[in-house]
Design a protein around this ligand. Structure first.
Ligand SMILES: Nc1ncnc2c1ncn2[C@@H]1O[C@H](COP(=O)(O)OP(=O)(O)OP(=O)(O)O)[C@@H](O)[C@H]1O
Ligand SMILES: [Mg+2]
Length: 458
């Protein structure tokens, strides 16, 4: 621990042997320990001493560990509590996480796992004390914009979930901000200094999947010329974000479940299991319950990754956030291309508020960027937004982006090359007179300036 102040832990277990083991392990880590053999003693300690961590058994003579978790959540929300569960009783572990436990460890207690857990918990307490969480409140607001009630609630949930190790399943429509939410959960928690590793599960070719996730040993298959670390190991100590988790093939779902349960991975061609310590967050814009009904997603995996579900609201459900989002994005595009900002007219704002945004925040970003480049003066009017009320067009643009990545063709780069060539030609033909070139290209002077900046052609 970097902090010199002494850390104090409360240990609650009715078995003296386990209490001893926990006390010895924690004391060796330089932690002060207090022990209780039942809930009553635990509450009495809690009322007298300030703790940085609590470890509790599940079955106690006068109640169970989940009662203690709930009580601490309510009365001492800053103390992370971890529960010790009987071997194989995953249901209990999940119930404890849902009640607000920070993490769990199963019996027989593996000491290295226990130490990892204690380290994480103490980092949390320290973050709290030093108020040195990676992202301050102000920055946090900048990240995930919106002052609607649903967004405020979401930010509150994120802050709370950041303090837990529970797997979180983030649901929400395409472009609503699921990945942003996942990043925030990581950044605000005790794993913030370790990597956040996002994986687009739909973008990995089937035959490479196992090696991508778990790594491989040199020579284990044709093409395996080096040892390779998998994504789990890359995320060790941090967070693995399984994006588009519904796209995982069945065979991979089984292997993933195993790794999540055992907290180990076995690289392709390797004999032994390697322990990993990752927090799993996942997301998809598909309805996982429906995928399960259709037999495309394993119920048991769903159960493991969906301990807590976080819903990201669609943009049309928080219309009041649209002006703030639109204006912030407008300012960002203008700053990025170093062009004086434009402003949104009242009719433009109203049109945005009435639009259904099938592609959510991402679609709003695209609309704003396009309108900014196309508007003639420095006011964006409703017509400049080119909103289609039959939203199928928008939907297509949104859905096609990941598909291009999937096929490995980089459409963006390709289009940029064409754009560059065309602009260059127009500039040459007009002897670098930008006004004339813009006219020739059929775009506004502003649009030309924007493109020159964006393409780095100035
Ligand atoms: N509340 C918000 N404030 C500011 N920007 C946001 C917000 N929500 C989303 N965005 C922006 O919208 C875009 C889409 O967000 P993100 O990639 O997190 O969505 P997603 O739900 O993961 O989308 P998909 O389903 O397509 O994977 C990003 O550019 C992100 O920065
Ligand atoms: Mg996403």
């Amino acid at each position: 621990m970097t902090n010199k102040s002494i850390q104090t832990a409360l240990i609650v277990d009715d078995e003296p042997d386990i209490r001893d083991l926990l006390e010895i392990t924690l004391t060796r880590m330089g932690i002060n320990t207090y022990s209780a053999s039942n809930l009553e003693e635990a509450y009495s300690h809690l009322s007298r001493t300030e703790f940085h961590l609590c470890l509790t058994d599940m079955n106690l003579p006068d109640g169970n560990g989940i009662d203690l978790v709930s009580n601490i959540q309510k009365n001492h929300p800053n103390i992370p509590v971890a529960v010790i569960t009987a071997y194989g009783s995953i249901e209990t572990a999940i119930a404890a996480l849902k009640a607000g436990a920070f993490d769990f460890v199963s019996k027989p207690v593996e000491l290295s796992r226990l130490r990892d857990l204690v380290d994480s918990a103490l980092r949390l307490s320290q973050q709290q004390e030093n108020k040195e969480s990676k992202v301050s409140d102000a920055q946090e607001d900048k990240l995930l914009l919106g002052n609607s009630e649903t967004m405020q609630k979401l930010r509150g949930q994120i802050r709370k979930l950041a303090r837990s190790q529970a797997p979180v399943y983030i649901s929400g429509e395409s472009g609503s901000g699921k990945e942003m939410v996942a990043r925030m959960i990581h950044q605000l928690g005790p794993r913030a200094d370790a990597p956040f590793v996002p994986v687009n599960c739909g973008a990995i070719p089937n035959e490479l999947m196992e090696s991508e996730f778990f790594g491989h040993k040199k020579g284990s298959f044709t093409g395996a010329v080096e040892n390779k670390l998998g994504l789990f190991q890359a995320a060790d100590g941090g967070t693995l974000f399984l994006d588009e988790v519904a796209d995982l093939p069945m065979a991979m779902q089984v292997k993933l479940l195993r790794s999540i349960q055992e907290k180990t991975v076995r690289p392709v061609g390797e004999q032994k299991e390697i322990p990993v310590n990752v927090r799993i967050l996942s997301a998809t814009h598909k309805d996982l319950n429906n995928e399960i009904d259709e037999g495309r997603f394993r119920q048991d995996l769903f159960y493991r990754i969906n301990v807590i579900e976080l819903k990201v609201p669609a943009l049309r459900e928080r219309v009041e956030d649209i002006p703030l989002l639109a204006e912030t994005m407008l300012k960002r595009v203008a700053d990025e291309c170093d062009i004086p900002n434009a402003r949104l007219s009242t009719d433009a704002i109203n049109a945005l508020k009435q639009y259904s945004f099938p592609g959510n925040v991402r679609e709003l970003e695209n609309i704003i960027e396009r309108a900014f480049t196309l508007c003639e003066d420095d006011v964006i009017h409703a017509v400049d937004l080119h909103l289609q009320d039959n939203s199928s067009d928008a939907r297509q643009t949104i859905d096609s982006a990941p598909a291009q990545q999937r096929n490995g063709v980089n459409l963006e780069e390709y289009l940029e090359t064409i754009e560059k060539q065309t602009i260059e030609q127009a500039l040459e033909e007009t002897r670098w007179n930008k006004t004339a070139a813009a006219k020739k290209l059929g775009i506004s002077f502003r649009a030309l300036r924007y493109r020159l900046k964006k393409l780095g052609m100035e």
